[in-house]
Design a protein around this ligand. Structure first.
Ligand code: HEC
Length: 100
């Protein structure tokens, strides 16, 4: 009985926490929409982020941040995010469908 209550409590706390992460990830991702489209579904020639491999996303963002990859715009954006935020966005975008 005790163990059961423990599991119930764990679930109770786990659920709102994961919903919170998604909301945060979505709001982080929304700042990219201007150039990469809603939910990363770019239509204007910039990279499609939707469905992008998580590891590849983190690799790209990290190389923008460190200045390792020379780019025109993205180093400015990447610098504003912590590794944790990049990880959240990576999860978010990698789980978006590319559409067609
Ligand atoms: C002002 C327009 C603009 C905004 C806003 C923007 N990007 Fe970009 N993004 C670009 C451009 C342009 C490139 C191509 C590289 C370059 O020249 O900077 C790019 C490239 C990328 C790439 C590399 C894709 C690949 O396959 O090489 C990733 C990943 C990326 N952006 C993620 C993001 C994320 C995440 C955000 C939001 C935090 C964001 N971008 C916001 C313009 C933008």
């Amino acid at each position: 009985m005790k163990a059961c209550t423990g599991i119930m409590l764990a679930l109770l706390f786990a659920l709102p926490a994961s919903a919170e992460v998604d909301k945060r990830a979505r709001s982080l991702a929304s700042t990219c929409a201007a150039c990469h489209g809603t939910d990363g579904k770019s239509v204007g020639g910039t990279a499609v982020l939707a469905g992008m491999d998580k590891a590849e996303f983190i690799k790209q963002m990290t190389s923008f941040k460190s200045g390792q990859r020379k780019v025109t715009v993205m180093h400015q954006h990447a610098r504003g995010y912590t590794d944790e935020e990049i990880e959240k966005m990576a999860t978010y975008f990698s789980t978006q469908s590319r559409g067609e």
